[in-house]
Design a protein around this ligand. Structure first.
Ligand code: PLP
Length: 359
């Protein structure tokens, strides 16, 4: 069976060595030494001044919206994982969907200004598939209209934009370290900001608003993560360069197969070094996608329709008309991509797709 992704697992002994330390200290959670060590090593690896390790990427989005005091309307993309939109609504705001660019599948920055109203307080954009948005355009729109900018960078571990980690951009960037992501801590996530004051607020929010055992600086939530999750992150961090390198090779191999008419591949941001977190292919029609999916599944290969449906068509999410996102969402398929996936398996997958498309 070939699933769309398989979590990376470090050698068991590496994880066990961290767990033995946890047993000795009897310190399981609440900002323990491994959480601190992971935060330090991540800052070093990403070359960023501030970050907080959190329980997941969804709470990271909620805390970002809360910390920036966003209210009213938030401009966002309909082409993302559901958590991007649901966290806006969960925080009492209203998502306003702006259509996507048909080549990058990121929010179309040229359409943002037309969606701004007196009620708009911020922009929440996703760097889809680890491919940076038009960051310069979004930043200048934000500055011109005094809107806060949050990036959902859940797919972006290892992606560079203009030579820096893409997590460095926006008022706040968030990420996910969920088991399905390129770098993971089983469950987990993080917030990033260059603003030290904002970081302090986020740190209060993460820990119930506690400022000492019996003082409260803010209205917080439980966004903490545990020593066990930090141990997985520390174990995996040793392999991240290897993982990124193999992703690049696997994506190059896929790209060779799909470099022919009938398939559209993502246009990657030219100012970036992307992490190849996913391998999406856009097929000519939904009927062809369903046929390819069926033929792959008959061979026990399970691609995923990331992201379908367009969030702008979900009844509970303040639906609106974003024709490009709706059209693309019907035709895009993510093929299997994970560390253990072999060259032979990629060839096998591609041969089935080509046969399905009558090549
Ligand atoms: C995975 C993901 C999230 C949610 O992260 P969790 O850690 O699972 O809560 C949010 N946004 C995007 C784009 C994602 O892919």
């Amino acid at each position: 069976m070939i699933p769309v992704t398989k979590p990376f697992l470090p050698p068991l002994a590496t994880y066990q060595a961290y767990v033995e330390g946890i047993w000795q200290r009897n310190w399981l959670t609440n900002n323990g030494p491994l959480v601190n060590e992971l935060e330090l090593k991540l800052k070093e690896y990403l070359d960023l001044p501030h970050l907080l390790f959190l329980s997941n990427g969804t709470v990271a989005l909620q805390m970002a919206i809360k910390a920036l005091k966003l209210e009213g309307e938030i401009i966002t993309t309909p082409f993302s994982y559901v958590a991007t939109t649901s966290s806006i609504i969960w925080e009492g705001c209203r998502p306003v969907f702006v259509d996507i660019d048909p080549h990058t599948l990121n929010i179309n920055a040229e359409l943002i200004e037309a969606a701004i109203t007196p009620r708009t307080s911020g922009i929440l954009a996703t760097h889809v598939y680890g491919n940076p948005c038009d960051i310069d355009a979004i930043q200048s729109i934000g500055a011109r209209h005094q809107l806060k900018v949050i990036y959902d960078a859940a797919h972006c571990f290892g992606t560079l934009y203009k030579g820096r980690s893409v997590f460095a951009y926006g008022d706040i960037s968030t990420t996910s370290f969920h088991a399905t992501k390129l770098f993971h801590t089983i469950e987990g996530g993080a917030v990033f900001t260059a603003n030290a004051e904002l970081l302090k607020k986020l740190a209060y929010l993460r820990n119930f608003g506690h400022d000492g055992p019996d003082k409260f600086a803010d209205v917080g939530i439980n966004g903490k993560n545990s020593e066990f999750h930090a141990a997985m992150g520390l174990s995996n961090l040793g392999y991240i360069d290897d993982i990124l390198k193999s992703r690049k090779n696997q994506s190059d191999q896929y790209t060779q197969w799909f470099d022919r008419p009938g398939f559209q591949l993502i246009t990657w941001s030219k100012d970036s070094k992307v992490n190849h977190a996913y391998f999406p292919v856009i097929l000519p029609s939904e009927a062809q996608l369903l046929k390819v999916q069926k033929d792959l599944e008959a061979n026990l290969i399970f691609p995923r329709r990331y992201f379908y449906p367009s969030l702008s068509s979900v009844e509970v999410f303040n639906p609106s008309n974003t024709p490009v996102a709706e059209e693309i969402a019907k035709r895009v398929l993510c093929l299997p991509l994970y560390y253990q996936l072999s060259k032979e398996e990629i060839d096998f997958i591609c041969r089935i797709v080509m046969r399905s498309m009558n090549y």
